[in-house]
Design a protein around this ligand. Structure first.
Ligand SMILES: Nc1ncnc2c1ncn2[C@@H]1O[C@H](COP(=O)(O)OP(=O)(O)OP(=O)(O)O)[C@@H](O)[C@H]1O
Length: 366
């Protein structure tokens, strides 16, 4: 069984706590991304799973085997780092076949595996090229192939695409997903790039400051962020979060956003949760889940900038704590006057406690 279970995992470096009590279960064959900003503890977590670092406390289990004290080489994991580790004086074929040769695999099996992995990673035509003549992109592909060829049941990748160029990264995202589907490995993938996590992972563990913030499917962390950190970190741009206070109106409970005006009535589920909540709140909505109009009723804010990015336009409105971004498809009629009315899709809005940052009203789509 190649499930991975982290139980009360803690890592301290001297007085500094890099990881605070992490509990996480990764299913057999699952692609789990560890996502978060630099320094949040992703690599530290990964290094403990790999056996490169010992936890300060807590346990790591593969299936029901406790990994405490089991050295890296005996854990049966494949590991690919940001900086590719390959032998530059060898050919691609020699690099790929290195692990199988060291394990004394029969030649026919080595040839079969080299052929298969080379095809999967589009290295077939390069097998007899020396590694020192290849680009960084190709070298990272070889490094992934070198690990994958051992067909580890647990495959750990720490920012494997951060040194390759953007176009190649897009290709590799698809290839890595194919690779994982083919071998059905349990894959743990460290990244600070939400696009990588969102496009490849079955589930994402979002981390910040050594604390696991939320675990969920990509669509779940996008739609139902557990807190303000996840709401801002996931999405490009992140969720709009506007300070406000609940107010009863003749149409139901709305959020009074001060100088920006008031929202439309909240869906019943959120309204009920808010009626039993005290304290200040943040009103959240995704930039993609709102429309703009030149006039009407709703949230009114001055347009401060318009950014055209390919097929989309990001309209910036207001400033400071009341800054709003709205993403429009370029074929949507956009009103870029001195001010505009923002109408969020009220079925998709979220409310957070301003003091704790936690979502109010739980998850759900309405
Ligand atoms: N060996 C170490 N000694 C002291 N502090 C460390 C050590 N390794 C990591 N840290 C600290 O622990 C924190 C978490 O580091 P970690 O490398 O896990 O973060 P990360 O999320 O992977 O970020 P990055 O993408 O920048 O590597 C950082 O503040 C880092 O400086």
């Amino acid at each position: 069984m190649s499930t991975i279970r982290l139980e009360n995992l803690v890592k301290k470096f001297g007085d500094f706590t890099a990881l605070k009590t992490m509990d996480l279960e990764i299913a057999d064959g699952e692609f789990m991304a560890l996502l978060g900003p630099s320094g949040c503890g992703k690599s530290t977590t990964m290094n403990m799973i790999a056996g490169m670092e010992e936890p300060t406390s807590g346990r790591i289990l593969f299936g029901d085997r406790n990994m405490s004290g089991v050295p890296m080489g005996r854990r049966g994991v494949g590991f690919v780092f940001q900086n590719y580790a390959i032998f530059t004086h060898m050919t691609v074929r020699q690099n790929l076949s290195y692990g199988p040769r060291m394990h004394g695999m029969p030649k026919a099996e080595i040839d079969r595996r080299v052929g298969g992995i080379a095809e999967l990673l589009q290295l077939t035509g390069l097998l007899d090229r020396r590694a020192d003549r290849l680009s960084v992109n190709i070298l990272q592909r070889v490094a992934i192939g070198r690990s994958a060829i051992m067909e580890p049941v647990i495959f750990l990748l720490d920012e494997p695409l951060s040194n390759v160029d953007a176009a190649f990264r897009a290709v590799m995202r698809t290839e890595l997903k194919h690779l994982q589907r083919q071998f059905r490995q349990t894959m743990v993938y460290v990244t600070h790039d939400q696009l990588e996590a969102m496009t490849m992972a079955d589930r994402i563990a979002v981390m910040d400051h050594g604390v696991l913030q939320q675990v969920g499917t990509p669509i779940d962390v996008y739609n139902n962020p557990a807190n303000v950190f996840v709401a801002r970190f996931i999405g490009a741009p992140g969720m709009n979060l506007l300070p406000g206070r609940p107010a009863e109106s003749d149409r139901g409970l709305v959020i009074d956003l001060g100088p920006l005006g008031a929202t439309a009535p909240l869906p019943e589920r959120l309204a009920n949760a808010l009626r039993s909540h005290s304290g200040e709140i943040l009103f959240g909505f995704r930039p993609e889940q709102a429309t703009l109009a030149g006039e009407g009723r709703g949230i009114a804010a001055p347009v401060t900038a318009v950014e055209r990015i390919g097929a989309r336009t990001i309209v910036h409105l207001g400033e400071g704590a009341s800054a709003i971004k709205v993403v429009l498809d370029n074929d949507q009629p956009a009103v870029f006057g001195a001010s505009a009315i923002v109408t969020p899709n009220m079925d998709a809005v979220r409310i957070f406690d301003r003091a704790t940052g936690q979502a109010i009203g739980g998850s759900g789509n309405g």
